[in-house]
Design a protein around this ligand. Sequence first.
Ligand code: SF4
Length: 453
Amino acid sequence: MKDNRLFNETDASTDEPPPAFAAETAESSALQTSLFSSMPVQADFSRWNNWTWQMQNRIRSIARLRDYFPGLDSTGIHEAGAKFPFAITPYYASLIRRAERTDPVFAMSVPQMAELFDPACLKDDPLEEDEDMAVPGLVHRYQDRALLISTTSCAMYCRHCTRKRVAGRRDTCITRTRLERAVKYLSMHPEIHDVIISGGDPLTMSTEMLETVIAAVRSVKSVDIIRIGTRTPVVLPMRITDDLVNMLKKYHPIFINTHFNHPVELTPQAIEACGKLADAGIPLGNQSVLLKGINDDPHVMEELLRGLLKARVKPYYLFQCDLVRGVEHFRTPISKGIEIMEYLRGRVSGLGIPLYVVDAPHGGGKIPVLPNYIVSTSPTHTVLRNFEGQMVSYPEPGPHKAPHTGKTDRGDSAAGIWELSSGQHTKIQPQNCARLNRRETRKQTAAMLSPEA
Ligand code: SF4
């Protein structure tokens, strides 16, 4: 199996979950039953807010799901859960409002029959990360960056995960031997300035273990920045403890990228976790995946992006769903992503607009995909259009044989694209533009209020 390439010489790995993660006591089970069947779920704060308790009590069986959702239709859950890893923190499960596919949290966390549909275009490793693995656990694809797979464990196994071949197959952490090999490789490649510590989810490791990994990477002089990819603020926000942030602060510059996909995930607890990280001086970015039935709606996406900004998280990437096994039911056409980006531009501050990318099959890397804003070009002018449909002529530097005439052409049927690209006209303006109507209203108001009026 491919994941064995990463962790097969481990001194920590085992085919069984570590004891700390395997325990399910009668007491904890009873607590969860009461938590989900009768509010409040936070009846016992000391345990509920303890991240190791959440890890120990993850839901990993239909029987446990039924404890929380007695009417659950379990068709396909066992089969899909046997094929792809399955675990949900009690916290994340508490965000489920309907135990069915139409609930975004349910759809992202509970195995479904649809995952078994396996068209030929889907692969175990669609991004060919294994092919770019310089030493076990270290992916070196782009010249100045490398990605370190530090653990195979996650708090919750996302149904749309790209690294299903690794995440959750076994709960293991990187071994000392492998970490040393990775550090040696980094030292021998001073062109690598940016290391992404990923997994699995690095924040499922103990703070001590995580610090060992971070300190080892930080010891490489040519590494400028360390990034950590984690979904714990979303699925296990109690993991963001004071101890953790105090440890992270010692290794700046540290960046964290997290993975919110839907506004319902932005709970007060998740926002507080992000705030703690931001207060520690850690810039936060978000990488969403465009998922059918979850966030493939411009209004849902707008709400998510606005919520992220309020939580001090910069929307960084919106990923087209990768061609990984088990995700066909989540895939949208690329045109859906373009439609959403078209909607966002002009409505949401540029600070809140992520870059929509296709992570190319065959390991080609991230390809930005945008609505087309360039309408035409000539040696002297480029014709651009904005979100309103206004078209403008941008004069290129240099001598212009056909200088602008100064005409502005609102409603001028003689103006076409050629007139813009040749510099005969400067713009074509659609009628009833909200922005210009606002401008006009302001002028009229100012005129009414002026002393001469
Ligand atoms: S947290 Fe990341 S690595 Fe883990 S299952 Fe989700 S997407 Fe995959």
